[in-house]
Design a protein around this ligand. Sequence first.
Ligand SMILES: [Fe+2]
Ligand SMILES: [Fe+2]
Length: 153
Amino acid sequence: MVTLVGMQANFEDAIKDLIELDYDAVEAYDAAINRLKNQEYKEKLNIFKADHEWHIQEFTNVLKKRNIQPPSGPSIGKQWLAKGKVVLADLIGDNVILRAMISNEIDTNAAYERMSLREDMWPETKDLIKRGLEDEKRHKKWLENTILEESTV
Ligand SMILES: [Fe+2]
Ligand SMILES: [Fe+2]
């Protein structure tokens, strides 16, 4: 399922779904890191995974401060990412795995982009969403550049 994060009717629901999306991303990164052969790629993806964990932490704190129960893990049933952990677990070949992660980062970029444009945005999330979007852009760009290098070698 293509992610719909950012299109929810109210901002609270959108933030909750964004947290779930980041949980899905962490799981997808875990699966990808397990499958990758190249050590450099593994290390890089571990850093990106940590960014997603940081996003989860920050948005969770925002909800807690407003006395709203945050999601405690990936949603059951909803699959926010195009290539979730189940798909990743079956992939073979670094190039194939990195390509799948590009699909996922296209989803995260779209979600953060939509979140950044919402007019009902809570003021305390403005900087978090902006920095989160920058992280997601950086992840996608690195994956794209690395794929390009792989295919021209
Ligand atoms: Fe994120
Ligand atoms: Fe990302």
